[in-house]
Design a protein around this ligand. Structure first.
Ligand SMILES: [Zn+2]
Length: 166
Protein backbone atom coordinates (compact mmCIF):
# COMPACT_ATOMS: atom_id res chain seq x y z
CA UNK A 1 0.00 0.00 0.00
CA UNK A 2 2.72 2.48 0.90
CA UNK A 3 5.14 1.24 -1.71
CA UNK A 4 5.07 4.40 -3.80
CA UNK A 5 8.13 6.55 -3.26
CA UNK A 6 7.54 10.03 -1.96
CA UNK A 7 8.57 11.83 -5.12
CA UNK A 8 5.66 10.24 -7.00
CA UNK A 9 3.09 11.48 -4.54
CA UNK A 10 4.13 15.08 -4.36
CA UNK A 11 5.58 16.28 -7.64
CA UNK A 12 5.91 20.02 -7.39
CA UNK A 13 5.69 22.55 -10.20
CA UNK A 14 9.33 23.30 -9.67
CA UNK A 15 10.37 19.67 -10.11
CA UNK A 16 12.11 18.46 -13.24
CA UNK A 17 10.42 15.27 -14.42
CA UNK A 18 12.38 12.94 -16.68
CA UNK A 19 12.99 9.24 -17.31
CA UNK A 20 16.04 7.37 -16.14
CA UNK A 21 17.96 6.43 -19.32
CA UNK A 22 19.05 3.17 -17.66
CA UNK A 23 15.85 1.71 -16.25
CA UNK A 24 13.17 4.04 -17.65
CA UNK A 25 11.90 4.95 -14.20
CA UNK A 26 10.16 8.31 -14.13
CA UNK A 27 12.10 10.62 -11.86
CA UNK A 28 11.06 13.94 -10.37
CA UNK A 29 13.96 16.04 -9.14
CA UNK A 30 13.91 19.47 -7.55
CA UNK A 31 14.85 22.15 -10.11
CA UNK A 32 17.98 22.87 -8.14
CA UNK A 33 19.32 19.51 -9.25
CA UNK A 34 19.34 20.63 -12.90
CA UNK A 35 22.59 19.69 -14.62
CA UNK A 36 23.72 17.46 -11.77
CA UNK A 37 24.53 13.80 -12.03
CA UNK A 38 22.51 11.97 -9.40
CA UNK A 39 21.99 8.29 -8.72
CA UNK A 40 18.67 6.96 -10.00
CA UNK A 41 16.37 6.19 -7.06
CA UNK A 42 15.38 2.93 -8.73
CA UNK A 43 18.47 1.40 -10.35
CA UNK A 44 21.21 3.46 -8.71
CA UNK A 45 22.93 4.35 -11.97
CA UNK A 46 24.10 7.93 -12.32
CA UNK A 47 21.71 10.05 -14.36
CA UNK A 48 22.16 13.63 -15.42
CA UNK A 49 19.22 15.80 -14.52
CA UNK A 50 18.22 17.65 -17.69
CA UNK A 51 18.27 21.42 -17.61
CA UNK A 52 14.83 22.65 -18.68
CA UNK A 53 14.86 24.94 -21.72
CA UNK A 54 14.80 28.58 -20.71
CA UNK A 55 16.42 27.86 -17.40
CA UNK A 56 19.75 29.48 -16.76
CA UNK A 57 22.03 27.28 -14.70
CA UNK A 58 23.50 30.39 -13.04
CA UNK A 59 20.04 31.09 -11.59
CA UNK A 60 20.63 28.12 -9.36
CA UNK A 61 23.38 29.69 -7.36
CA UNK A 62 21.47 32.68 -6.15
CA UNK A 63 20.89 31.59 -2.58
CA UNK A 64 23.06 30.08 0.09
CA UNK A 65 20.50 27.33 0.61
CA UNK A 66 20.67 26.34 -3.06
CA UNK A 67 24.42 26.24 -2.92
CA UNK A 68 24.31 24.05 0.14
CA UNK A 69 21.92 21.62 -1.52
CA UNK A 70 24.11 21.45 -4.59
CA UNK A 71 27.17 20.89 -2.42
CA UNK A 72 25.37 18.14 -0.51
CA UNK A 73 24.37 16.51 -3.78
CA UNK A 74 27.91 16.69 -5.03
CA UNK A 75 29.20 15.24 -1.76
CA UNK A 76 26.80 12.35 -2.05
CA UNK A 77 27.93 11.69 -5.61
CA UNK A 78 31.58 11.90 -4.55
CA UNK A 79 30.94 9.50 -1.67
CA UNK A 80 29.28 7.06 -4.07
CA UNK A 81 32.11 7.39 -6.54
CA UNK A 82 34.62 6.79 -3.78
CA UNK A 83 32.75 3.68 -2.65
CA UNK A 84 32.75 2.42 -6.24
CA UNK A 85 36.47 3.16 -6.54
CA UNK A 86 37.15 1.26 -3.31
CA UNK A 87 35.09 -1.63 -4.65
CA UNK A 88 37.04 -1.65 -7.92
CA UNK A 89 40.33 -1.37 -6.06
CA UNK A 90 39.53 -4.42 -3.95
CA UNK A 91 38.46 -6.28 -7.10
CA UNK A 92 41.74 -5.30 -8.70
CA UNK A 93 43.59 -6.45 -5.62
CA UNK A 94 41.96 -9.88 -5.75
CA UNK A 95 42.81 -10.08 -9.45
CA UNK A 96 46.43 -9.30 -8.57
CA UNK A 97 46.35 -11.92 -5.82
CA UNK A 98 44.95 -14.46 -8.24
CA UNK A 99 47.62 -13.62 -10.79
CA UNK A 100 50.29 -13.94 -8.14
CA UNK A 101 48.95 -17.35 -7.11
CA UNK A 102 48.91 -18.50 -10.73
CA UNK A 103 52.45 -17.26 -11.27
CA UNK A 104 53.59 -19.03 -8.14
CA UNK A 105 51.92 -22.24 -9.31
CA UNK A 106 53.52 -21.86 -12.71
CA UNK A 107 56.98 -21.40 -11.28
CA UNK A 108 56.41 -24.34 -8.94
CA UNK A 109 55.45 -26.46 -11.91
CA UNK A 110 58.50 -25.23 -13.80
CA UNK A 111 60.60 -26.17 -10.79
CA UNK A 112 58.98 -29.62 -10.57
CA UNK A 113 59.45 -30.12 -14.28
CA UNK A 114 63.10 -29.14 -13.87
CA UNK A 115 63.48 -31.66 -11.04
CA UNK A 116 61.88 -34.38 -13.15
CA UNK A 117 64.23 -33.58 -16.03
CA UNK A 118 67.15 -33.76 -13.62
CA UNK A 119 65.98 -37.15 -12.36
CA UNK A 120 65.58 -38.45 -15.90
CA UNK A 121 69.12 -37.28 -16.67
CA UNK A 122 70.37 -39.01 -13.54
CA UNK A 123 68.59 -42.23 -14.46
CA UNK A 124 69.96 -42.06 -17.99
CA UNK A 125 73.51 -41.53 -16.79
CA UNK A 126 73.09 -44.32 -14.24
CA UNK A 127 71.89 -46.57 -17.06
CA UNK A 128 74.97 -45.61 -19.09
CA UNK A 129 77.17 -46.54 -16.15
CA UNK A 130 75.35 -49.84 -15.77
CA UNK A 131 75.67 -50.52 -19.51
CA UNK A 132 79.37 -49.68 -19.44
CA UNK A 133 79.83 -51.99 -16.45
CA UNK A 134 77.91 -54.73 -18.30
CA UNK A 135 80.18 -54.22 -21.34
CA UNK A 136 83.24 -54.61 -19.14
CA UNK A 137 81.79 -57.73 -17.57
CA UNK A 138 80.88 -59.14 -20.99
CA UNK A 139 84.36 -58.38 -22.35
CA UNK A 140 85.95 -60.02 -19.34
CA UNK A 141 83.69 -63.04 -19.73
CA UNK A 142 84.49 -63.35 -23.45
CA UNK A 143 88.21 -62.99 -22.81
CA UNK A 144 88.05 -65.50 -20.01
CA UNK A 145 86.29 -67.92 -22.33
CA UNK A 146 88.75 -67.32 -25.17
CA UNK A 147 91.82 -67.75 -23.03
CA UNK A 148 90.38 -70.82 -21.37
CA UNK A 149 92.74 -73.61 -22.51
CA UNK A 150 90.72 -76.83 -22.54
CA UNK A 151 90.27 -77.66 -26.25
CA UNK A 152 89.32 -81.18 -25.33
CA UNK A 153 85.64 -81.06 -26.10
CA UNK A 154 84.70 -81.24 -29.76
CA UNK A 155 81.94 -78.67 -29.41
CA UNK A 156 84.38 -76.13 -28.12
CA UNK A 157 86.73 -76.82 -31.02
CA UNK A 158 83.98 -76.29 -33.47
CA UNK A 159 82.95 -72.88 -32.18
CA UNK A 160 86.44 -71.60 -31.55
CA UNK A 161 87.78 -73.13 -34.73
CA UNK A 162 85.75 -70.98 -37.05
CA UNK A 163 87.20 -67.77 -35.74
CA UNK A 164 90.67 -68.41 -34.58
CA UNK A 165 92.33 -71.76 -34.45
CA UNK A 166 92.62 -72.73 -38.10
ZN1 LIG B 1 17.22 4.05 -13.18
Amino acid sequence: MTDLPDENTDIKDTDIVFDCPHCGKSLAIDYRGAGLAIPCTDCGNPVEVPIPSGMDISDLDDSEEDKEIRILNLRRIIAQSEARIAELESELESVYERRETLEKLRSENMYRFGRITEKVDEIQSAMKTVNAALDVIMDAAIKAEESAPPPAEPEKDKTAGNGRNS
